[in-house]
Design a binder for this molecule. Structure first.
Ligand code: FEO
Length: 401
């Protein structure tokens, strides 16, 4: 259990959690995650963030291989969510820091999670700088990326940005640097997964924050989860990728999500898929019973259109599709085209309800919802094919051909 020196006298002292699956309590992390914490050795020794509950021992073990824990002078809490601050009491007890630096909103979280603690906290604001010896730390608040308290720490002498959750990914690995991680496809997928399930609602704020980051002279971005981005190419890659993800420009690809009882709505989904594909739009179908809601969101990162279907159930829609649409709406995707469909036995409300969900996400809806009584025959499947074809045409137009 060794620390890793990522720059001279700057060490990764975090924890790799291969068993973590329920990231932040709602998003899947299929291969675990990493809670990164960083230790800077200087005139003042500084620990940036801590780790998730039950992992304090790992952090202290790594840290102790660099210096005795009681030699840590400062703790910087860039983000007070409990995967970074859940062991703060244990660490503070052991380290007895001279100061804990955090944002004003971070102080509120700290007082909420750790009431009645008389810790030596110091609130910092954007642009505030502290000197720790040979180095300075410049704080920059990044409110709502993704919590009110969030901030990033920049060390100009090392061209290092310690970025808390921003630019992170849920990857558990013995590799620490992105350029050493050989599965590039997996790396990119995990960035999308993280962004689309955690950061997406704050995309307008991301677009305002990126120019601030780009003004910094950096050659390393060290997030609180996953792999560290290193070198001009590595830092440029993740910044550009964040811009692409935040802009949500239309992409010529479609996602169909559905639930089904006796497979009628499933047949409708596949007919709509044919309509999309035969009109030049690659499409992914995801049955919500077989796909976690966060995997669906990850897929949406590459899709400019969403078609959703449910049979009518108790005058409404099936609960898993309702949950998926509610989750999706909360993450505020922008700039999508939508389409709705569904089968019914008697009352038949579901397609309109689904269409209402899509409308509530401000999706462009080129077609009326398609419904089908009992089992879809030729006419109903043709209507679904046409739905797919019309959405494909609308999407291609939006994408510019
Ligand atoms: Fe990784 Fe929002 O905490």
């Amino acid at each position: 259990m060794q620390p890793l020196e990522i720059k001279k006298d700057i060490f990764w002292v975090g924890c790799v959690d291969y068993d973590h699956r329920d990231f932040h309590g709602y998003s899947m992390s299929p291969d675990g995650s990493t809670y990164n914490a960083y230790l800077v050795k200087d005139g003042k020794n500084v620990l940036f963030d801590t780790v998730a509950p039950n992992h304090a021992g790992v952090l202290l073990c790594r840290l102790a291989k660099v210096l005795p824990p009681e030699k840590v002078d400062y703790i910087v809490c860039n983000h007070m969510e409990l995967d970074h601050a859940g062991v703060l009491a244990e660490i503070v007890e052991r380290v007895k820091p001279e100061k804990i630096f955090l944002s004003q909103a971070g102080l509120k979280s700290l007082q909420g999670y750790y009431p009645d603690r008389n810790w030596p906290v110091q609130v910092v604001k954007s642009g505030e700088t502290i000197n720790i010896g040979k180095r300075n730390i410049v704080f920059q608040e990044t409110r709502m990326l993704h919590w009110p308290d969030s901030m990033i720490s920049y060390i100009p002498e090392d061209k290092l940005l310690i970025s808390q959750d921003i630019f992170g990914q849920n990857i558990a690995s013995s590799v620490r640097f992105a350029d050493d991680f050989t599965d590039r496809g997996e790396f990119v997928k995990r960035i999308k997964e993280y962004y689309y399930n955690i950061v997406l609602p704050y995309s307008p704020i991301v677009l305002k924050a990126l120019p601030i980051v780009e003004k910094l002279d950096i050659d390393m971005i060290a997030p609180d989860h996953g792999l560290i981005h290193r070198g001009v190419n590595g830092t440029r890659f993740i910044i550009d990728m964040y811009r692409t993800l935040a802009e949500q420009k239309p992409q010529k690809r479609a996602l169909i999500i559905y639930d089904t009882m006796w497979r009628s709505t499933e047949h409708m989904a596949y007919a709509a898929c044919s309509g999309l594909e035969e009109n030049g739009v690659p499409t992914r179908i995801m049955f919500v019973k077989n796909n976690h809601h966060s995997a669906v969101m990850t897929e949406l990162a590459d899709c400019g259109a969403v078609l959703a279907g449910s049979p009518t159930h108790n005058n409404s829609i099936l609960p898993l599709l309702a949950a998926q649409l509610t989750y999706m709406k909360g993450l505020r995707p922008l700039n999508r085209i939508g389409g709705a469909f569904g089968s019914y036995g008697w009352s038949g409300e579901s397609p309109k309800i689904v269409q209402g969900h899509l409308a509530s996400m401000n999706m462009e809806l080129p077609c009326q919802p398609v419904s089908c009584n009992w089992r879809p025959g030729h006419e109903a499947l043709k209507a679904c094919h046409e739905l797919g074809a019309k959405v494909a045409e609308a999407l291609k137009k939006k994408c510019g051909g």
